[in-house]
Design a binder for this molecule. Structure first.
Ligand code: SF4
Length: 552
């Protein structure tokens, strides 16, 4: 397929006449076209197509179709049918009434091109640029961010089933590619053991029997991998995705001990960020949030929240399930800065707000990151009467700490934490702490030669940011300002309930990322449409009893 750049031009006269007659009050598709004009042009996608080959269907129109498909929750076939048969879609796309559209498979190919060229974000950018041009979006003001869990498109499998399915998937791939090579050596009992899904077989009940089967699967998997790496085995088999997954899973889960294949102890397995959870989606990772376990990803949505403009999603990020929210703050600000969409205040929950992020956002982007900063988890903070860090006085100029008992620290050293971040470590002399009457409230250190209290401080700017943030958190102004953050939960809920945000349509991180970029753009279409048609924003529902609560 090659791209022949064409100017799309206006809506054909006959299409406009019939669409307006059929939709006297307009529709989402018609309003997007009328209000924002031509959002995309073929020239935007030049880099995604080769210069030779059969002319491709207009990528500018395919981009619109892809967003509309997510706006209406359609499959590829349904979207291709809508292009052929829907008047308002023809109006949006600027097509003649008799235009036959395209085969649905063109949409898959177009998405692959968007992924290969990392161009999915361009679609969202174009819509935001058009909104800014029409004074519906501007930098400054408030923005808010939250994340939610996203389930992998692959079914969730655990433990024994995960191991059995990984081997079964590899065997199926090998059987499809080189059936004769496989039948030449495969043990007959494997047909019973691996022919059908593991979940559909009768699995052993007892712990010992289960462990025997796990080790049997381990030995069988190793046998297959050994055969695949033996001289004479077809090279192409070793490159199969499912064979690579088998190899990776076996390295992570098994160890050969004295000639026997044994399951690794939990502590010997790699951390969650690296651990495969299914052979059918090797980018998915397992995580847990508030007691909910899931395999897959996380999506983070950032939106504007000003009363005089529509709440538009300005940033969407997809990560694997193990990535902590706090790691997204800097990338979100960098992305918004590039597009001149930085807010003045960015409202986030405790997962995003750390002292370091508050300081960095203020220093690098002039953004006031507003969120509750988690209290220290030290026993002194939790124990009533314990001497927490807040009870000590820090003299940054003279590099000294004074305790509530009046003693001063004897050491002050700049160091690195376990995570590699800068910290200051201060220590009190044993001579002061050993005889101290308040010792029980202060330290549990009881080494014979070192009984002094130790304190680990963040660098000065972060320390002071925490103090300032904590002092503000109790004020009425802060609470009133922070209350606006809660609205983003409604956005997440809208994404989950109306746009299928909770589950991946496709396998793999890059496809999940594109899905979320298209979903966010589709949500912006709906929000713009609601703005133009004066549909009021949804309000947080309250029960009849809650509605009667007296004002505080
Ligand atoms: S134990 Fe040491 S640091 Fe703690 S209050 Fe007593 S003298 Fe101060």
């Amino acid at each position: 397929m090659s791209l022949h750049v064409r100017k799309i031009g206006g809506v054909p006269e006959e299409t406009a006449r019939v669409a307006r007659a059929a939709f006297p009050k307009g529709s989402l598709a018609i309003r997007i076209r009328d209000e924002l004009g031509e959002l995309f042009s073929d020239a935007d996608f030049v880099g995604l197509y080769p210069s030779r080959g059969k002319p491709a269907w207009s990528p500018a129109r395919l981009a619109l179709v892809s967003v509309m498909q997510f706006a209406e929750g359609l499959s590829d076939r349904q979207a291709a049918d809508a292009v052929r048969g829907r008047l308002d879609w023809k109006y949006l796309l600027g097509l003649e009434l008799a235009d036959p559209g395209f085969d649905h498979s063109v949409l898959t190919e177009f998405r692959d091109r968007l992924i290969a060229g990392d161009a999915g974000i361009k679609l969202m950018d174009r819509v935001l640029e058009a909104a800014a041009k029409h004074s519906l979006l501007k930098a400054g003001g408030r923005a808010r961010t939250d994340s939610t869990i996203v389930l992998s498109a692959a079914r969730q499998i655990n433990g024994l089933v995960r191991l059995g399915e990984t081997l079964r998937a590899a065997l199926n791939s090998v059987a499809a590619r080189e059936p004769e090579w496989l039948t030449g050596w495969v043990p007959p009992e494997w047909f019973d053991r691996y022919a059908i899904r593991f979940e559909d077989t009768r699995l052993p009940k007892g712990k010992t029997k289960k462990m025997e089967l796990i080790e049997q699967i381990g030995a069988d998997g190793l046998k297959l991998l050994t055969a695949l790496h033996a001289p004479g085995a077809p090279d192409s088999l070793r490159q199969l995705d499912r064979v690579q997954s088998l190899r990776q899973m076996w390295i992570q889960q098994y160890v050969v001990d004295d000639g026997l294949v044994r399951r690794r102890d939990l502590k010997d397995r790699p951390p969650g960020a690296e651990r495969l959870v299914t052979p059918y989606d090797t980018d998915a990772r397992g995580s847990v949030k508030r007691g909910i376990f899931w395999d897959g990803y996380k999506v983070h949505l950032t939106e504007t929240c000003e009363p005089d403009s529509p709440n538009l999603i300005t940033h969407v990020a997809t990560t694997d399930a193990t990535v902590q929210d706090v790691r997204l703050v800097a990338p979100i600000h960098a992305h918004l800065a590039e597009r001149d969409l930085l807010p003045d205040r960015h409202l986030v929950d405790a997962g995003y707000a750390t002292a370091r992020e508050v300081v960095t956002a203020r220093r690098d982007y002039k953004v006031n990151l507003v969120g509750p900063i988690l209290a220290s988890t030290s026993w002194q903070t939790k124990d009533d009467g314990g001497f927490s860090q807040a009870d000590f006085t820090i003299d940054w100029e003279n590099r000294q700490v004074t305790c509530p008992n009046g003693a001063t620290s004897s050491r002050w050293a700049e160091d690195r934490s376990q995570e590699g971040t800068a910290v200051v470590r201060a220590r009190f002399p044993t001579a002061a702490c050993r005889p101290c009457k308040a010792r029980e409230q202060c330290t549990r250190s009881n080494t014979k030669w070192d009984m002094g209290r130790r304190i680990t401080l963040r660098p000065r700017a972060e320390y002071e940011a925490i103090q300032q943030a904590r002092a503000q958190e109790d004020t009425h102004e802060w609470k009133e300002q922070y209350a606006h953050r809660a609205g983003v939960e409604g956005t997440i809920s809208q994404g989950v309930r109306c746009f299928g945000l909770r589950r991946c349509r496709y396998h793999g991180l890059v496809k999940a990322r594109l899905q979320h970029q298209l979903t966010a753009t589709a949500m912006n279409f709906h929000r713009l449409n609601a703005w133009w048609t004066d549909i009021p924003r949804a309000r947080t529902r309250a029960s009849h009893l809650a509605a009667l609560r007296p004002a505080a």
